[in-house]
Design a protein around this ligand. Sequence first.
Ligand code: AVJ
Length: 357
Amino acid sequence: MRSSTVRTADLSFQNAANSAGEIAPPSSPGAAAFAAAPAQTPTRHLAEFAKDVRESLTKPGQRELPSKYLYDELGSALFEAICVLPEYGLTRADARLLERYANEIVGRLRSPLQVAELGSGSGKKTRWILEALAQRQRTYYYPIEISRSALEACEKEMGQIDLVSVVGYEKTYLDGLRAVAARRGALDHLLVLFLGSTIGNFDREAGDDFLREVRKTLRRGDALLLGTDLVKAVATQILAYDDPAGVTAAFNLNLLSRINRELGGDFDLSHFRHEARWNAAERRIEMHLLSMCRQNINIREASLRFTLEQGETIWTESSHKYFAEEVAGMAARTGFTCDAQWVDAAWPFAQNLLIAI
Ligand code: AVJ
């Protein structure tokens, strides 16, 4: 049987959604699956963006911007480009492990199994898991993604796999996961995918909190496949986040252009430089935007004016790196057990299969 995924921008279908902007997955094989309507209006999105920008840029001490705002349409495209950089081995290691061990991973889980993915991106590497699973059962796949362009690409790609039905959720991770978990049948097990070391964007403590929240949405025996980039030589890690072609610099600087575009900011990008730092104490790469001179900034829609000193930075992202051995502890602290771990030899990266206990 063919998969039956339909994506529509037709407003009449969005009207069929409930107030939370969700549409129920198809109840019978062959029924059409529709992606969720946007959960928020553009104005609400903008008001929240403005508030987040104002709060993070006026933090005492180190100014910041939330990394989730790196991923507008251009930012998502630049991230896709980062993933094919020779210096950024992370995504290829992630994909290699999934390609190589998909059958083994899926073999450890019980049917009937539904799959949800947090921050699916374009979802290319997820194909290996879905294909392995579709060999034994019809599979419902729920990508959860705040970037609409990435979600659309993912739905298009995964909807082509036989016996896989895709229902996208344009929502934050936990809201999306709660919606997916609430709708499944009494006997359905859930596999949650959190790939690409996206967990690394959280501080270690916030990462634990997040895993606990994920656990709350799950039943005992449900699974979380967690991708973690491992600690490696510092020079290798720096190059991965400061590539000579300047793609990561463009990705970082685009956050300032996004603020200019969407919030009426007046950042002059030529007065900033991209910086990638290794923070050894926290075991993380930090991306910063370094102010090259003393400059006044005005962001109209955030009602914000401030002065950046020469040499001052805006901290835009953290990418925590892990020891393979520390994942079992993360699992134990958050209501899981680490059932299995697969590590890539060429680029130290681990897939960890966590089971809810
Ligand atoms: C998508 C968050 C895993 O931290 O490595 C890549 C994002 N930032 N290059 C990462 C990113 C700069 C990436 N994650």
